[in-house]
Design a protein around this ligand. Sequence first.
Ligand code: CU
Length: 162
Amino acid sequence: MKSGFTRAAIAAALTFGLAACGDATNSEGETAEAAKPKERIVVENARLVLPAVAGNPAAGYFDLTYMSGGGPVIESITVEGAGSSEIHAVDMIDGMMKMDKAAPISLMARTPVKFEPGGYHVMAMKPADTLKAGGKTNMTIKLSNGEEATVPLDIKAAGDER
Ligand SMILES: [Cu+2]
């Protein structure tokens, strides 16, 4: 991880956050000073599971909690080192597990949304060779209200516990 890049990203996020929440308080009446956007988007247990076959997509799983109100929608989630990233849901269709792009996911205050095997996940298409089991990469979550957070993902091998 290049620390220069990380510092730049944090600085950018803070600048962006101030611009995003300077014009209004949210539905719970919290002020911009009460919680910075980066702290309002809480991500736990974040991991990226590599594919069994090189070149196939990797899958990102985590618990996401939004600590404020307003019910923003997840606009995008991108994984560093992937060619592209999509938010997927798994559904049972005619007794078969099928996955496809998820319908917009809105975040209720302090209610965790689980991205987990068999449910929501982030499909990281065309993962780069630089993503190796035991390493880390970053994931950026953007919300419809302009808030965003970049958090680390632990990289796991296909056979590891998910
Ligand atoms: Cu998928």
